[in-house]
Design a protein around this ligand. Structure first.
Ligand SMILES: [Zn+2]
Ligand SMILES: [Zn+2]
Length: 159
């Protein structure tokens, strides 16, 4: 199997009939992650692909492990967050199959199945809504803006 990192897509002519399992090491910088409030922080990510190809469809199970950096909601310091997400999608080129809203089309432009959107959504869903660098993070002073984990100011601590 081949994988285009720039679009996180798999050319269907590289997918054999039947079941195929392959592990890819992604160079994280090649993938357009484009995730609001987060950026990748590991150089590599591990993508397991478990693909079943039948006459009319391609079923893709994917599993990604990688580190992303988010911002502490209180002090804005970067926080590394290990992401482990799984996706499962069905793709087809058969018009009858495509009447099922669960089934996505194979790209006509380049004959690939693209898993970037579902993987991106799964990552966004897995990221914490209120990441904290530590439970005890004292945050930034609302008056002068200093990081109260590092410095004291005359404004006291009004959490
Ligand atoms: Zn913090
Ligand atoms: Zn202050």
């Amino acid at each position: 199997m081949r994988l285009f990192e720039e679009t996180l897509s798999i050319p269907i002519n590289s997918i054999p009939r039947g079941a195929t399992f392959e592990t890819f090491t992604l160079e994280m910088k090649n993938v357009p992650w484009d995730i609001p409030g987060a950026d990748f922080s590991s150089e590599e990510g591990i993508l397991d692909l478990d693909i079943v190809r039948t006459e009319y469809e391609i079923i893709v199970k994917g599993f990604l492990e990688a580190d992303f950096t988010v911002q502490c909601a209180r002090c804005l310091a970067p926080v590394i967050f290990p992401v482990t997400v799984g996706i499962e999608r069905m793709y087809s080129w058969d018009p009858d199959m495509l009447s099922d809203p669960e089934v996505e089309p194979v790209s006509h432009n380049d004959g690939t199945v693209c898993i970037l959107d579902p993987v991106r959504e799964a990552i966004i869903f897995s990221l914490p809504a209120m990441p904290l660098c530590t439970e005890k993070c004292r945050g930034l002073c609302p008056r002068c803006g200093i990081n109260r984990n590092i410095e004291e100011c005359e404004h006291g601590f009004e959490a």
